[in-house]
Design a protein around this ligand. Structure first.
Ligand SMILES: Cc1cc2nc3c(=O)[nH]c(=O)nc-3n(C[C@H](O)[C@H](O)[C@H](O)COP(=O)(O)OP(=O)(O)OC[C@H]3O[C@@H](n4cnc5c(N)ncnc54)[C@H](O)[C@@H]3O)c2cc1C
Length: 295
């Protein structure tokens, strides 16, 4: 099936775009986290969202998800790692699936401020953002996973089914319940999987020849056949080859169109001010522009 629109991200921008397109009777796929956005959820008290004063981020996220569900919007739980613009349509890599859509709305929030030195240079040449997509290429090889969330522990375990050796570098705090209990099982049991080594180190740089072959860390240099960098946010330029960006944000027109025809952006990814109501408003504008483009 080829959707009218694929919306990437389930924060206020993505949810509002999904609601608007559903009202306009377009076929959509909304990809992201089922519980909306960690950024929204982490706000203690929000006072500037029109009509809902003094609301906690958690409650606002619940209200938004509830609203979307009532309108018939479904969330496909997943993380998009690459979007290929083919002219007539887009190919959207989500885990092992390739999804097709005539238009795309990028609503992925603020891009990571810092990528590792060498990360962009070696992307696709020994650096990957998706272990489930590329695991099969690491049969009998050595791989390093730099992981920014416990959500990716499963991906490392999946990778080990192919790779001979996996070094897992967590960039987040260990499970506090297990840590308090004095358990050594701090990273989803990864350290007890044969062939996986959990290493506490700070990655500093990726080096190599044609392909990446070394991760420089504060603990020394690690030789490898490949490096997986797993974080929720991927920079827009890495996500969509050829997309024009400015200071990490996607360059947009007032109708939220971008330099790639059929691709729209909304919310924090489209630039400051980084505010909820602006994100939701841009989600609506991007959706209406996609409707116009489809026509
Ligand atoms: C602590 C805190 C307090 C705040 N307080 C306020 C406030 O009081 N008022 C206010 O107006 N704003 C506030 N903000 C800012 C507000 O949260 C953001 O402006 C808003 O969430 C942006 O919405 P968004 O939809 O653009 O992106 P986000 O809310 O960041 O949502 C993006 C979603 O896309 C997902 N995603 C990213 N990449 C991918 C991918 N490749 N594939 C699939 N999904 C992906 C992310 O996981 C996330 O779920 C606060 C922010 C923080 C951190």
């Amino acid at each position: 099936m080829r959707y009218d629109t694929a919306i990437i991200g389930t924060g206020p921008a993505g949810l509002e775009a999904a609601i608007t397109l559903t009202i306009r009777k377009k076929s959509i796929i909304l990809i992201g986290k089922k519980n909306s956005s960690n950024k929204v959820r982490s706000a203690e008290k929000i006072d500037n969202y029109l009509g809902i004063p003094a609301v906690s981020g958690d409650e606002l996220a619940r209200k938004m998800l509830d609203h979307a569900a009532r309108m018939g919007v479904e969330i496909t739980d997943g993380r998009v790692t690459l979007i290929y613009p083919y002219g007539e349509y887009f190919g959207i890599q989500c885990g092992e699936d390739m999804i097709e859509a005539k238009t795309v709305i990028l609503a992925t929030g603020v891009a990571p401020a810092n990528t590792l030195p060498g990360e962009n240079e070696f992307l696709g040449r020994g650096v990957s953002y998706c272990a489930t997509c590329d695991a099969a290429m690491y049969k009998e090889k050595k791989a390093i996973v730099v992981s920014y969330s416990k959500d990716y522990e499963e991906e490392a375990e999946f990778l080990k089914k192919y790779a001979a050796e996996v070094v897992y570098i967590p960039m987040y705090k260990a499970d506090s319940v297990n840590a308090e209990a004095g358990s050594s099982d701090l990273y989803g049991g990864l350290s007890s999987v044969p062939g996986i080594t959990v290493m506490n180190a700070k990655p500093l740089e990726i080096k190599g020849g044609f392909k990446a072959n070394t991760l420089v860390t504060d603990q020394g240099e690690l030789q490898t056949d490949g490096i997986f960098i797993l974080r929720d946010q991927i920079s827009a330029a890495s996500l969509v080859p050829g997309l024009e960006t400015e200071g990490g944000n996607v360059k947009c027109q007032r109708d939220m169109s971008t330099s790639v025809p059929g691709l729209f952006a909304a919310g924090d990814i489209a630039g400051a001010p980084y505010q909820l109501i602006k994100a939701a408003g841009e989600g609506l504008t991007a959706a209406l522009s996609a409707v116009k483009y489809l026509a």
